[in-house]
Design a protein around this ligand. Sequence first.
Ligand code: ADP
Length: 448
Amino acid sequence: MFKKVLIANRGEIALRIIRACRELGIETICVYSSADKGGPWLEQATQSICIGPGPSKDSYLRIDRIIAAAEISHADAIHPGYGFLSENAHFAEVCRDSGFEFIGPSPEAMSLLGDKVNCKRLAKQAGTPIFPGTEGGIEDIDEAVKIAGEIGYPVIVKAAGGGGGRGMRVATDEKSLRLGIEQARQEAAAAFGNPMVFVEKYLESARHFEVQVIGDKHGNAVHLYERDCSSQRRHQKLIEEAPAPGVDPAKREKVCASAAELIRRANYAGAATCEFLMDKKQNFYMLEVNTRVQVEHPISEAITGIDIVQTGIRVAAGEALPFKQKDIRINGHAMEFRINAEDPARNFMPQAGLVETWAPPGGPGIRLDSHVRPGYRVPTNYDSMVGKLIVHAPDRETCIKRSIGALQEFQVGPIRTTIPLYLRLLKEPLFTEARHDIKYVERLLSPS
Ligand code: ADP
């Protein structure tokens, strides 16, 4: 096992990794930016090293400084967390070439799954359901128009190297498709350095269904079932739950097994998430694979009893997965609420500044992953999430009731948070009756 792990991240996920390392007897080194000086999580690390000023591009995204920090602190592995450099195959490669184990997949597996066209090709071979569309990238626009005609409009043009929702265009007819391909190509070339785009069927109404998977370096891969993350605003997830409500058990087993098979074929070691859209008839279509630990991993930990972060560290150190697929069962229901420092009453205006009151809830089934305490100042440089409330209960109905109680107990001020929005959504029949889709939050919030 590793002796010292360097954490190339900040905030709640840095703290989550510190907690996992502590139980494994591993020392931790946190790198931080000057905007995060005095951050409460840094006290919990064995050592912390400032690597630059507030803007991420000068600190958390500086590969040279992170590697230098790993060298002077004698780390033997680097954990990227999520965001920042976590899905950067070049960073994974530099870590490896500099003699540090990267806690995550090999750069080869990351590049393979990170390219949407290659990933789709491998998914097809693994039996993972994908959207109908062009085979590979578009060479010939007329060919793409022909295929769109066969699968039927609307279709979506997407970039092979895409991410963060950029480089996508929905087309409703041939004319908008031709224009969309041109525009998406230009946008993709500028944003990702790769102009390759492809076309697939566009689903007007769907639920977001994602499968937690984990593999090791010995050819094993399992799934930890799924999460429903349909409560979104501007493609940002707000509430996640596990398992996905109302899904046919046989269909669930099949799609989850196919996701595990996909990462096994990619020789993938570590935690990953296969994201799907699910239509009303419970057909699944893969969106992409996220090659890192995800924000919402705790709800899968809650229902399976497996520590995903610790397992990721163990497999990076070369251990075989300590469980088999048949050992993994769903126990109860869990929900996660992303507590964002944003004011839902004022168009989600960011709320940087001093947190005077921070009184989180407690009681059975309540977990809070947060780096905040009273007196903490939310910096303006990073994303607005100040914590995650995770609620576990025997069933979905109890989980909703327990979540309402916990969110009512949770006192934060004077900054505003998304807590009032969640209290509203938890009483919304579309959500409580699981008739929701990925657009219901935006529909509810729109003034019409
Ligand atoms: P990115 O990597 O840029 O986030 P994704 O492939 O994950 O791109 O897609 C981002 C979002 O766009 C999805 O969460 C979904 O809301 C929407 N989307 C993508 N593909 C489709 C599709 N074929 N049909 C409907 N919506 C889609």
